[in-house]
Write a protein that binds this ligand. Structure first.
Ligand SMILES: Nc1ncnc2c1ncn2[C@@H]1O[C@H](COP(=O)(O)OP(=O)(O)O)[C@@H](O)[C@H]1O
Ligand SMILES: [Mg+2]
Length: 365
């Protein structure tokens, strides 16, 4: 087989995510190019040896993985991912404490089980949008090195009811079959639907299935439910979770802490906190993202870009204005450029430029 054919097959392996075949074929490519291009051959072998193989997100895995799909559309009902959350979410004291204990319990699961004790398995996260409920579930999965399976209940609940039941059941069965964190996101969708739907019987059955699931949840896995509308949930549901965590929107101190953590300077963070009225971390994150892009695209200072994004007065300009007027003041007092430069600790070219600009402005006037 010549090199061209080998390369074509290699590309096919890549597209099919067939790692084993890809590795073998890459070795053959290296072998085949040893004479004509020894550098390439060496580089391929080195890369094969040193690059860690990342496990693929489940959407890419072959159908044999039995990821549950909708019976009609064949669309995947859940998302499964190996999460890596670099930033720990911001939590208030009580949540931080509970999560810390929860993680500790999970890490010592074997010890507890061997003494006949059940480790905590389930969490209900309740609070307004954009305060870190989903992020917390992701972080937990990442911390405990478990895959995260997410079932967004708004999407399944939109399908026909009879189907919804089957869909949810197949997801729950799937999640129960492996060690994972199952996130039932937008958990209140069921309750909401219940209040305005005529097919009450079917929904009741669904709720029963969910309650049963929480009760029988295997101690090897973790069940996290997240809701923006805790008040819509039956008290019977609340009671079933090992822990219920109430997430609050960030207050002023939280905003400052969040921003300084993300390398925004203290003064700017304080100013933002005093003008910021949207009550969520996610909008803060969005603004920071926007500012980061603007800083890069328009080549402005990062902090300055953040000030602009939050509608604060530019710090640079006012600092520059202050500097310029110092220079001009000394200039009007008769000091020469060298004296001004050494007195203010500003470079001579800058002093010269500021004075020249001022003189030109004067002439233009
Ligand atoms: N408590 C938090 N700490 C840090 N970042 C947060 C927090 N809450 C939200 N964010 C940011 O906002 C994004 C969306 O938050 P998310 O967890 O989806 O909110 P929720 O599920 O409560 O609606 C997150 O990916 C993260 O960037
Ligand atoms: Mg969410």
């Amino acid at each position: 087989m010549n090199l061209t054919e080998l390369m074509v097959d290699l590309v096919k392996d890549g597209l099919k995510h067939d790692i084993r075949s890809f590795q073998m074929r890459a070795r053959r490519v290296a072998e085949a190019s040893k004479d004509n291009n020894p550098e390439l051959a060496k580089a391929i072998i080195r890369t094969l040896k040193t690059t860690p193989i990342r496990r693929q997100p489940a959407e890419w895995q072959p159908a044999s993985n039995h990821l549950p799909v909708d019976q009609d559309s064949r669309q995947s009902l859940v998302r499964e991912e190996e999460t890596v959350v670099a930033n720990k979410p911001h939590w208030d004291h009580l949540i931080a404490k509970t999560i810390k204990e929860f993680v500790f319990e999970r890490q010592n699961e074997q010890k507890l089980v061997s003494h006949g004790l059940q480790p905590a398995r389930s969490l209900l996260l309740e609070g307004p949008p954009g305060v870190g409920k989903t992020m917390t579930a992701r972080w937990l999965a990442s911390e405990l090195e478990l895959p995260l399976i997410t079932l967004d209940l708004t999407t399944v609940i939109n399908s026909l009811l009879g189907k919804t039941g089957n869909n949810i059941k197949s997801v729950l069965d799937y999640a129960r079959s492996k060690k994972c964190v199952l996130l039932l996101d937008e958990f209140d969708s069921i309750a909401k639907r219940r209040s305005d739907d005529s097919d009450v019987g079917e929904l009741k059955r669904l709720v029963t299935v969910l309650l049963q699931t929480i009760d029988d949840w295997p101690h090897t896995s973790i069940l996290v439910a997240a809701t923006n509308h805790g008040e819509l949930l039956d008290p019977a549901i609340w009671r079933r979770f090992d822990h219920v965590l109430h997430f609050s929107p960030p207050n002023k101190t939280d905003v400052v802490r969040f921003l300084t953590d993300r390398k925004v300077d203290q003064k700017t963070s304080n100013e933002i906190a005093s003008v910021y009225t949207e009550k969520s971390y996610s909008s803060l994150e969005r603004m920071l993202h926007k500012a980061k892009k603007a800083a890069l695209l328009y080549e402005i200072d990062h902090n300055e870009s953040i000030r602009q994004a939050f509608g604060l007065k530019s710090q640079n300009i006012s600092e520059r204005d202050a500097r310029d007027s110092e220079i001009l003041k000394l200039h009007s007092e008769g000091l020469n450029k060298t004296q001004i430069s050494s007195q203010l600790g500003i470079s001579r070219p800058t002093v010269r430029r500021v004075i020249k600009k001022w003189q030109e402005g004067d002439n233009n006037a």
